[in-house]
Every structure is written in C-alpha cells, then in structure tokens.
Design a protein around this ligand. Sequence first.
Ligand SMILES: Cc1cc2nc3c(=O)[nH]c(=O)nc-3n(C[C@H](O)[C@H](O)[C@H](O)COP(=O)(O)OP(=O)(O)OC[C@H]3O[C@@H](n4cnc5c(N)ncnc54)[C@H](O)[C@@H]3O)c2cc1C
Length: 403
Amino acid sequence: MGAGPAALCIVAELVEQGLTVKALAAHAPNQPWPNTYGIWAEEVESLGMASLLGHRWSNTVSYFGNGVDIEGLAPVQHQFDYGLFDQEALQGALLLRCGDVSWLIETAKKIRFLGSKTEVVCTSGNVYRARVVIDAIGHKSTFIRRPNHGPVAQQAAYGVVGRFTSPPVENGQFVLMDFRPDHLSDSELEEPPSFLYAMDFGKGVFFVEETSLACAPPLSWNNLRRRLYARLSNRGIQVKEVLHEEHCLFPMNLPLPDRNQSLLAFGGSASMVHPASGYMVGALLRRAPTLAKQLAKAIAIEPALDSEALAKKGWQVLWTPELVQRHRLYQFGLERLMSFDESRLRNFFATFFRLPREDWSGFLANTLPLSRLVLVMLRLFAMSNWKVRIGMVLGASKSKDQT
Ligand SMILES: Cc1cc2nc3c(=O)[nH]c(=O)nc-3n(C[C@H](O)[C@H](O)[C@H](O)COP(=O)(O)OP(=O)(O)OC[C@H]3O[C@@H](n4cnc5c(N)ncnc54)[C@H](O)[C@@H]3O)c2cc1C
C-alpha cells in the first residue's frame, strides 16, 4: 500500500523476486511526489544510482562557529559530495522496475486479518485480499501498531526556492547546516534552535530552508518563515521571486512498530527515518532487497505460510536486533540533542564533523555496524568539551546548574 519512495522501492524488489504483487495507492504511482530528496553522493554511488541525481555539489559546508563565538569564523568544509535526486528520474526508474504490476487507485480504510490472508477494505467499499500486506503509506499510517512513548519529536522546516537580491549561498555551494544565530534576539536564542539548509540550483535560483532538527511540539512554519526572512535580511538579502515554497513536517523518533503484528510495513510507517538525521531514501534502497528476498524465500520454502507467519519473517529482517540497537542509540542521541541550547548544539556539531569522514558519514547514513557505532559515539564523547559531555550524559536541562 502506498506510492511514495518506500512503496516503489519495495514493489520493485518484490517484482525482482518474481512474486505476485498488487499495489494499492491513493494516487496514481506516477503522480509527482511532493518532496525532493537529498542524499550524500557516496550513498547513491554505492547503490549504482548516481545518474539519478539532478544536482550534485562538491563545495559542501556548514557553519557552527566554535561553539562560543559566532562572528568571522570560517565554515566547516565537508569535502564530501551531496546531491539531490532528480525526483522524476528516481520515480521513473523505480516505476520501470515495478514492471507491469497493476496499480489499484484506492484509499485503504481498514485492515482485517483472516488467518491465511489479509483483507484491505477501501473507502470505495472494495475489498482486496493478499497473503501478506505491506503498509508503505508513510508515517501517518494508523494501521501499524506501535507503542506510545509520549510526544513524538518532529523535524519542521520552511523553505523557498527562488531568486534573491544577492546570492544567499556562494555560487555552486551546498550548505548542510548554517547555525549562525546572529540574527536572533536574546529571547529568540532561548527558543529551540533552527539552522539554514541551503543550496545553489544554478541560473540564479537558490533553495533556502530554515530547519528545526527535532522538537516536540514542532516549531511552527510561521516561526521558521519569520526566522528565515530575519536571517536573510540580517545579511542584506531579500527574496525577489518565490518559485516554490516547501513546508516540511515529519516525525524523527516515531517508536519502532510492534514486530509481532500480521501487517508488515516499510518506509515511514515502519519508523525507518533516521532519528538523528531525518534521512531515509538511502535506507529504503539498501533495505528493500533484503526484505523482498526474505519474503520470497519464506514463500518458496513453506508455500502455506499465513499472513502472521510471513509478516513475522519480514519484521525479523527489517528490524534485526542489531538495527534495533542502533536505532535506540540514535534515539538516545536525538533526545540529548533536543535538550541542547543553540550554543551547545553548535558546539556538538562542530565536534561531530571533526570525526573522520567515514565515521560521520556512516553515522548519518546508518551504515556503521553496531560495535563501530558505539566506538564512534565514545570517540565523539572524548572529543567534546565538558559542557557537551555533561549534556550528553545528563541531558542539558539537568546539567544547566553544573555548567
Ligand atoms: C518535506 C520533506 C522532505 C524530506 N526530505 C528528505 C530528504 O531530503 N532525504 C530523505 O532521505 N528523506 C527526506 N524526508 C523523509 C522521508 O524520506 C520522507 O518522508 C518520505 O517521503 C517517506 O516515504 P514513504 O514512502 O514512507 O511515505 P510517503 O512519501 O508519505 O508516501 C506515502 C504514500 O502512501 C499513499 N497513501 C497514504 N495513505 C494511504 C491510504 N490510506 N491508502 C492508500 N495509499 C495511501 C500516499 O498517497 C503516498 O503515495 C523528507 C520528508 C518530508 C516531509
């Protein structure tokens, strides 16, 4: 179910395995996706999909200051290419791999489990049956059972693709995080921090987006828009023409689904968004083949497996104990970061990007094995100053009095 990146990735792989697949989505699968997806170039290269990038930057930087002062400090040079998928090309390539799967344009309303089969009841009144159903309808899915751990932190962002009175970033540059807060008043500095994510699209067009990493409740788009305009105007930049506005809001630390349910999930509904970075598309492309292979194998060995047993096999490879542990570590890290004020946060990121590149990039892509991830986190701790270390151990709110 679904026609976003998660659905297309998993359908393509199920088809590759020779399984019989029906796809059900609220919209036609070739309807353009509402989001554009960014990714570090090395991740797409390792998947052999670099040709699907619409933009690629080698001049990639961030601004963190030194954690104390903010003026006159050089950016951190990431020396690592970043790209944006050509959305139409990525969607087209995945659809091509989905072959002649039949797409049912329907909205799922209810799921019923009948033992050997699962029924999807749609708003039209139509009912479809399958051996196993995969929910890839995004993080808002109400079909997937997951524990309630209280308020869910969300990444919020407000962005503009447009033309500006002067370039908001250097020509040919990509800015991952500009945390310079010199446009904020003292009272605004007390509020949850946000940063600028920005890039040059060429031909005088730039994308600038004010982003809050994660917050519960999330920062409002109005607030982020105000901050974006204040940031630009502080540097003497006005927006000349708005070509597109982006409103972004998605959960970063959605609890992991209950892995004992007869409905499988993939993508946002399976909590696959990286809790520390917000990225997911690389993970979808890497993890879909394993899930599809596992289902194909299970069906081949035991053709009579019912929905519950098949779903269980799927959950076992989708969220292995190792991946669950890694996810917990990331969630722990995110919780700590959410308690940091802007100066501590800048300090943290300045240290994070001093890690060896394969460590910070592997951390962000979630490709480090658990043992290495733990070592990287310990190394980060050792490299941090005392204020950040105390915040990492106690959470910043508890450590305020001690720093
Ligand atoms: C604005 C924004 C920017 C993002 N940028 C990035 C990025 O740069 N890089 C990155 O890796 N990640 C990014 N993410 C995070 C994540 O990759 C996206 O949220 C991604 O779109 C999730 O994919 P999905 O397929 O799980 O869900 P979705 O993209 O939400 O797709 C859900 C699909 O299910 C369909 N559907 C919904 N309900 C039903 C129903 N009841 N019945 C049938 N069909 C239904 C929808 O029509 C849609 O086709 C971003 C998220 C947002 C919101």
